[in-house]
Design a protein around this ligand. Sequence first.
Ligand code: G50
Length: 408
Amino acid sequence: MADSSELKPSRLFALLSSSGMGHLTPFLRLAALLTAHHVKVTCRQSFILFHLRIFMPIQKMTLFTTTLKSPENHVTSSLSLLPSLSSPPLSAPVTDMTLTASVLPISRAINVPNYIFFTSSAKMLTLFVSFHTHTLVGSKDAIEMPTLEPIPKPWILPPLFQDMNNFLKTSFIENAKKMTESDGILVNISKTIEGKTLAELNGGKVIEGLPLVIPIGLLPLYGFEKSQPLAWLDDQATGSVVDVSFGSRTGMSREQLRELGDDKKVDREDDLELSDVIGHELMDSVKGKGLVVKHWLDQESILRQSSNRRIFDLLWVEFILAWPQHGDQKINADVVERTGMGIWVQSWGWGGEAIMKGEQIAENISEMMGNELLRIQEMRIREEARTAIEQGGSLKKRLTELVEMWKN
Ligand code: G50
């Protein structure tokens, strides 16, 4: 326990996330951990939705793209106001990688160090920071990385193959080039999971002049992340429940949900009835067998509650059957597979590219569940993450060091 003199926050950290649960969730987890260090943390998303509704044709874009296009208005104003308004004073903003080019000049102007939180894998970071030095033109099937294994072209986010009129591509390149000017890059990953890639990044092998890449993962869940228990789960037999999560952004096509016609993107059509999104047929067919839930569910609480009653210290499901939908997800799926946290069936392609039969999905799930090697590796990673967040563990130490550095 801290003595009372330490309880008054002495410093303020501003965490600025991009939109999308894949960004906001790790940011909130980091914020929750930092508050244990007797500092004040302010955490915001980089825009306010109802502001944007006035100016942007939001129905035609995903929230992620909308945010990419609007940082100047929102992020920068909140960041530049902080030092004059805040007490305690602002020590260091920690900002999302998608905001790098817009926030770094402000941090320089107000004379505070700026850390970037890269909310993806270290492997994706290697692609991100070095992409502008590679060419995608030509017949090669992969982009060669200086010392790492080449990254196959089909793994690269499709917008990066477009010309420079594509906004995601230009922002990707602009933000990546600015990374070298930041004071450090945090990644929600551990040395056990991506030690080699982290060493390459920090050894100057990927790109020169990159600041220190600091692994702060795997970040544990914060308390208020947990959702309400589902009564339905209590009645299911041991080992009989498969958790299928569609993520926060990409809706599965109707075909993929067995009958289904149009593509529906949940973040654009939140106001639709559940049966309109996934179809009456599916709703009927799961009756008595399964449960379809429209609202946000926390996987960890579901799994903790689910019939096999294993104790889950962290977010993880036992294994991940990765099915990348877009963006950085194929590169992350490769990390999942290589480290033995799960499997990735590459031939399934991006979400929506092909319709996968239920049997194929089931086959892969059973194969994964029966794989002893996966089980051993998964236990190793889980154990490492648990000791890292315990008192005196490596994650605690690393965060303490960081906070001390930021305070000085
Ligand atoms: C979230 C998302 C779609 C998407 C990505 C997401 C990325 C991340 C890489 O994170 O690809 C990225 C970094 C900086 C940038 C653009 C993209 O300016 O919903 O594609």
